[in-house]
Unconditional design. Structure first.
Length: 206
């Protein structure tokens, strides 16, 4: 018996998904899971479970440049230590803006805090695809977001209009260096109300 081609199976899966969605009264077609990930991040482990140490380790992971963060004479040393590690909003306010490297050269950090309802899937996927990890506060604990699992959607009533839905956030818990480091926030099983927000971070020479 001849096996069906991969293209046929993908098309068939899309049709089945569309029919199931129509039967349930939904208007969108859902396609296969895709991933966006940041590559080559350093494995930084916090010195302790103290929120301040977790913040510093998370920021060192995200910036992965010792001149920028967060050791002695780095550009963000004082600002990161002065931030309230329990508040993404305060972290953003302390980091956002102009800072000086140890040799006096200026850099500009963009720190954008967004509440969960203000975050869009396209923004998250775009940042990760551009190799920009972010901070996530979930259950009052900080995680580094290094990847996301998402699906593209299409509204049959508006052909060509493609959207995105995030399904899982792939996280690092900087308290650990073993298998406990990898954490998954699954939107189908976790309570979204326990997510306090996301912090998007970028920098460039000023």
């Amino acid at each position: 018996m001849t096996r069906p081609s991969r293209a046929f199976l993908l098309a068939f899966a899309a049709v089945v998904t569309h029919v199931a969605a129509s039967t349930l009264g939904y208007s969108q077609t859902y396609y296969q899971d895709q991933q966006a990930r940041v590559n080559s991040l350093p494995t930084v482990v916090a010195r302790s479970d103290d929120p301040s140490d977790l913040l510093l380790a998370s920021l060192e992971t995200i910036f992965h440049n010792p001149e920028i963060c967060c050791g002695r004479s780095s550009a963000l040393e004082d600002s990161a230590q002065a931030a309230d590690a329990r508040s993404l909003k305060d972290i953003a306010s302390k980091l956002d803006g102009r800072h000086l490297l140890g040799d006096g050269r200026p850099i500009h950090v963009t720190a954008a805090y967004l509440t969960p309802e203000a975050v869009t899937a396209s923004h998250v996927v775009g940042e990760l695809a551009d190799q920009h990890p972010m901070l996530m506060q979930w259950n009052s604990h900080l995680y580094v977001v290094y990847g996301v699992v998402y699906v593209r959607t299409e509204d049959p009533s508006e052909p060509g209009t493609v959207g995105m839905i995030t399904r899982k956030f792939l996280l690092w818990d900087t308290r650990y260096s073993d298998e406990r480091r990898n954490v998954v926030f699954d939107r189908e099983s976790e309570d979204p109300n326990k997510v306090q927000g996301l912090l998007f971070l970028q920098w460039h020479m000023d």
